[in-house]
Design a protein around this ligand. Structure first.
Ligand SMILES: [Zn+2]
Ligand SMILES: [Zn+2]
Length: 260
């Protein structure tokens, strides 16, 4: 049995600790990691990290927070960067109208460019949506990117249902374990097992009972156990299903040769 962390930020861990973070993940049974790009400017570092290990993959893209700083990045430029064999998806992109670190217009322009890049490169789109569900759905419906994932899903049923209709997968983070996440749990209960992914979004959002600590991929086991219970399946089944979903969606990635 092994787990896949479908969304983490290994480059945010201090370089001196990264090797230990990866080793602890492996010991915990988290065999495959997808480390997510937030800035094109720092993409070379992600490539370097993913090249250190056959089971670490990366994405390429600009986080909505950075949309203003990386304004003007074209779909061609982004799709071109997916030629590297370790780059298996595009993102994280999307809309964050909670923080609004970048103007909405810049976020929307960047989101469309990423969606077009995903079409050109034929790789999944990794979508971040916060306080922007109707706008996120509208752009997805207009641009029609290939199937991807709504990462760190933590909002409403509308986004979940529209995303599933568009062929997207839904990824649950440690938020699902939080005390006040009753509504989220009700939605997650109804997400089909063949569209479900799990993630840490490390170093953020450590799951219960580790909430408040610096998150790391090893902590995925807590979220996995929680989601298994929520879905009424054994941990082994949850692990097998979410891992199979990951490799079906991110078809450039290869399952681990020696998972434990
Ligand atoms: Zn995000
Ligand atoms: Zn992220």
């Amino acid at each position: 049995m092994y787990l896949v962390d479908s969304h983490c930020h290994l480059d945010f861990a201090p370089e001196s600790e990264r090797r230990d973070v990866i080793a602890r993940a492996r010991r915990a049974g988290v065999a495959t990691l997808l480390t997510i790009s937030t800035k094109l400017a720092e993409f070379p570092e992600l490539i370097a990290i993913s090249e250190t290990d056959p089971d670490i993959w990366c994405s390429v893209g600009t986080h909505p927070h950075e949309a203003a700083a990386e304004k003007g990045a074209s779909a061609d430029e982004i799709s071109g960067l997916t030629r590297h064999p370790k780059v298996i998806g595009i993102g994280e992109t999307g809309l964050d109208f909670h923080y609004n670190h970048s103007p909405r217009e810049d976020q929307e322009t960047a989101f469309r460019a990423h969606a077009q890049a995903a079409i050109a490169a034929k790789v999944p789109l990794i979508v971040h949506s916060r306080n922007a569900d109707p706008e996120t759905v509208a752009i997805m419906a207009e641009e029609k990117p290939p199937a991807g994932v709504i990462h760190c899903f933590s909002t409403g049923r509308f986004l979940a249902e529209r995303a599933l209709e568009l062929g997207f997968y839904i990824s649950l983070s440690g938020i699902i374990t939080f005390k006040n996440a009753e509504e989220l749990r009700a939605i997650a209960h109804d997400i089909p097992m063949d569209r479900l992914l799990i993630e840490t979004d490390a170093p953020y959002l450590a799951p219960m009972p580790l909430r408040g600590k610096t998150n790391e991929p090893a902590f995925l086991v807590h979220t996995a156990a929680f989601v298994a219970k929520l879905k009424g399946v054994a941990m082994e089944e949850l692990a097998a299903r979410t891992s199979a979903n990951f490799f079906r969606l991110f078809s450039k990635a290869k399952p681990p040769a020696n998972p434990s």
